[in-house]
Design a protein around this ligand. Structure first.
Ligand SMILES: Nc1ncnc2c1ncn2[C@@H]1O[C@H](COP(=O)(O)OP(=O)(O)O)[C@@H](O)[C@H]1O
Ligand SMILES: [Mg+2]
Length: 365
């Protein structure tokens, strides 16, 4: 009998996307093929405490998992010789126990989860892990860097202008540069955030100032982009950057059609003001161009495992990349797994594929 791989699913975290992570983790844990994997649940509280969780699965998406009776303090060790999770119990005199781990499946979103920091710890640990490495995670999390690197790779993005805190000292001059380069309306967004937090649309100089101030509450780097009129279309990419067969885009593309002004935080999580279309309602030549650009962008950023690459498709069929999400939302109704399902790969098989890719990358190092 082949032994099962012990896989640690890490969930929760200190970012503003803590709840999304809980729901994604629940789906991942319930769908991992039980005949091949033993799942260890490693939760990070909002305060940043690390614990092995041994309570009912339903408590995770309900946000009720962080109860002391279900928790054992535990940390992922950076020690490559004693690889795994060190749990130490509540009484420090008990000493530490090492739980060996074959693979880590991080299901964290946002700061300290998808920005390369956790990936740095995982690199040190030497344990194979699902998803992008340190540089790809950090570069995709930072829209400023994504734009810069993709421009160099010949992937079209919306015309943009970076804004830094000193530029606000001479706001009128900054606004003039933006108006000449981009015109109104524009989208203003923090460089390193997510879930549309701090994103707003501005139609004149006054609202530009307010939008910049809002974005600066989230990050010290801000982007202003020309507002693109068109459809929002998402592409699921799977594979390791350096594989001979290369990463692949799912055939099915997904369209997000917000009925509000744009795909805001509330449209994403709090109301049902957004229509989703799979497949996206775009012409096949735009769809094919989009899949090719998604794979080109994925490789240019050095992504591994998975990413959802988001685009705008304009009336004339032209395609512009908006952003790359590593890892994308992973709930059972999230776009990424749905696109693979619509392309013939069911959710449990997708998880199996992702862990296999992590093990292959781990062995190649
Ligand atoms: N340049 C743009 N033109 C049109 N809409 C935009 C533009 N940039 C962002 N948006 C809208 O704002 C939403 C959130 O912006 P996005 O860059 O995707 O940030 P996040 O990382 O928070 O998802 C998008 O889904 C889209 O609806
Ligand atoms: Mg987005």
């Amino acid at each position: 009998m082949v032994s099962k791989l012990r896989t640690a699913v890490i969930f929760g975290g200190v970012s503003s996307e803590h709840e999304v992570s809980l729901v994604s983790a629940y789906s991942v844990i319930s769908n991992i093929p039980a005949d091949r994997y033993d799942v260890i649940k490693l939760g990070i509280t909002r305060e940043g405490g690390w614990f092995l969780y041994d309570g009912p699965l339903d408590n995770i998406p309900a946000g009720k998992w962080a109860e002391k009776r279900y928790l054992t303090p535990a940390i992922l060790s950076p020690d490559r010789v004693r690889r795994g999770i060190l749990s130490c119990g509540w009484n420090p005199e008990q000493g530490a126990t090492l739980l060996n781990i074959d693979c880590v499946f991080p299901v964290l979103h946002g700061k300290n989860g998808e920005d390369g920091t956790l990936q740095g710890l995982l690199e040190l640990s030497g344990i194979p892990y699902v998803g992008c490495g340190v540089a790809a995670s950090a570069n995709c999390m930072d829209k400023f860097l994504t734009h810069t690197l993709l421009e160099a790779a010949g992937v079209p993005t919306a015309p943009w202008q970076p804004v830094l805190p000193p530029d606000m000292e001479s706001f009128e001059q900054t606004a003039q540069i933006i108006e000449e380069k981009l015109g109104y309306p524009v989208f203003v967004k923090p460089s390193r955030a997510g879930s549309s937090v701090g994103v707003s649309k501005a139609g004149d100089r006054n609202s530009l100032r307010t939008a910049l101030e809002t974005a600066f509450l989230q990050d010290s780097k801000v982007l202003v982009e020309k507002a693109i009129a068109g459809k929002e279309v998402e592409c699921a990419v799977l594979g390791n950057c350096c594989d001979v067969s290369g990463p692949k885009a799912a055939q099915a593309l997904g369209e997000i059609a917000p009925r509000q002004e744009f795909y805001s935080y509330s449209a994403k999580y709090q109301d049902d003001s957004t229509d989703l279309y799979i497949p996206a309602r775009i012409a096949e030549n735009s769809a094919e161009q989009l899949r090719q650009l998604a794979v080109r962008a994925y490789k240019a950023m050095g992504c591994d495992g998975l990413a959802r690459v988001d685009f705008f498709v304009r009336e004339d069929g032209s395609v512009l990349l908006n952003e790359i999400n590593t890892p994308p939302g992973f709930t059972s109704i999230s776009m990424y797994p749905k696109l693979w399902e619509a392309s013939g790969t069911p959710y449990p098989e997708l998880l199996d594929r992702l862990i296999t890719l992590a093990m292959e990358k781990g062995q190649a190092k």
